[in-house]
Design a protein around this ligand. Structure first.
Ligand code: SAH
Length: 390
């Protein structure tokens, strides 16, 4: 097995628990390694750091899988890690649906597995994990005997690893339109053509958090995707709910979700560009009791961070203007590069411009089936805030 040595200065972050090693953090090496091979990593003074997979084509040259020198990376390793991750989710109360593997936070860098009751959706986002797909699928078969496993590797980030974008069955074919249960509601999920893995599990606990701010309310949900927050609002006693999304496909699933749960009279959905209608409706003087905002990530690169800040400020400012005094704003951000304090600052700036006072109801993050590893700051990405808008 090839050995790689960290440069003197570069080692701290890695030695302290971060699993990524960038090309410029590596010094000497011994032996040869092909893309995807398991290699050993040592600090500059020669002490063992960990074992992981290497990809010379990637800026993230090595991702560590273990810090235990005696642990062998084989099929059994993946079975053990996935089993441990499942036991952890069960301990935290996730029985039916969960993000079973959240990459780095489960010591399986670049692997995502979502469990939608008996169905599993996988993303292998680095070459060194992709080559273990067979072992990962075998482990899922053994632990869960699932009804289906599907690969949603149609994601651009794979090109950074020299891989193609693909999607398809990793088990016998099955009907990829499934239904899942969440908080007493039922939702259609389109595993093949839905966004990301088909459903946003990271908000599953936050959807319950809106319970006390939607009762008897006229609710506007912007960026509603398949209407998950809208249907929760209806279940918690909203008088009316309007959900908006730019995707016709998402809106049509949202309408079907309303029917599925018997809330078609309360929940209406429209396919529109949120930026346009928010602006217009502020001008028209429309008012809502509660506005929910859950936009997509506004940037993945640092160069565009200012654009993301402007985007968040704009939609939150407009949302505040649409809220009656004493109403509520439910607002989220999944942009990894916008840390929690920056997000709160943006909301604060928006409130100043809107000349409104905010009173905090809840300040949350992603559901705990997406664990936050303190040594890997990027594992915390979701910000979720509920405020009273006075
Ligand atoms: N709240 C949802 C997830 C929202 S994801 C849930 O919990 O399931 C963000 C959504 O914003 C996507 O469905 C995307 O189609 C939509 N979107 C992106 N740009 C938009 C725009 N300009 N106007 C309206 N919706 C937009």
């Amino acid at each position: 097995m090839a050995k790689f040595f960290l440069r003197k200065k570069a080692g701290d972050r890695v030695v302290n628990g971060h699993p990524w090693i960038f090309g410029n953090e590596l010094g000497d090496s011994e032996g040869t390694a092909a893309a995807g091979d398991i290699v050993e990593v040592y600090s500059s003074n020669g002490s063992f750091v960990g074992k992981g997979y290497v990809n010379p084509a990637s800026q993230i040259r090595i991702r560590l899988l273990t810090r235990d020198k005696s642990e062998v990376i084989d099929d059994g390793f993946f079975y053990k890690r996935i089993k441990e991750a499942w036991d952890y989710r069960k301990q935290l109360g996730y029985v039916e649906n969960c993000r079973l593997i959240f990459g780095e936070a489960d010591q399986l860098p670049a692997l995502i597995i979502d469990k939608f009751n008996d169905y599993f959706v996988i993303q292998t986002l680095a070459l060194g994990i992709d080559i273990w797909k067979g072992a990962i699928v075998a482990a899922l078969q053994k632990i869960f005997s699932p009804k289906g496993i599907y690969e949603r590797n149609d994601v651009p980030v794979r090109s950074l690893e020299g891989m193609e974008q693909i999607k398809g069955f990793l088990s016998d074919p099955f009907d990829t339109n499934i239904i899942l249960n969440e908080n007493g509601l039922r939702f259609h999920v389109d595993i093949e053509n839905g966004q990301k893995t088909g459903y946003f599990l990271d908000q599953q606990d936050n959807r319950r958090a809106i319970q006390h701010v939607v009762k008897g309310a006229n609710v506007l949900e912007v960026f509603c995707y398949t209407g998950t927050f809208s249907l929760h609002a209806a279940q918690y006693g909203a008088k009316s709910v309007l959900g908006l999304d730019i995707s016709e496909n998402a809106v049509s699933v949202a309408r079907r979700n309303a029917l599925l749960n018997g809330y078609e009279d309360i929940c209406k959905f429209d396919a529109v560009n949120a930026f346009d209608v928010l602006k217009l409706w502020v001008k028209e003087g429309r008012r809502y009791d509660t506005v929910i905002l859950d936009p997509p990530a506004f940037t993945k690169s640092r160069e565009n961070i200012q654009k993301a800040i402007t985007g968040y400020k704009e939609i939150n400012l407009r949302a505040m203007k649409l809220i009656k005094p004493g109403g509520f704003l439910v607002t989220a951000s999944c942009t990894n590069l916008v840390p929690p304090d920056m997000f709160l600052n943006i909301i604060n700036m928006a409130a100043k411009d809107a000349k409104r006072t905010l009173r905090q109801v809840e300040w949350r993050t992603q559901a705990s089936d997406h664990p936050i590893l303190f040594n890997v700051p990027s594992t915390q990405y979701l910000k979720f805030l509920i405020v009273e808008v006075q």
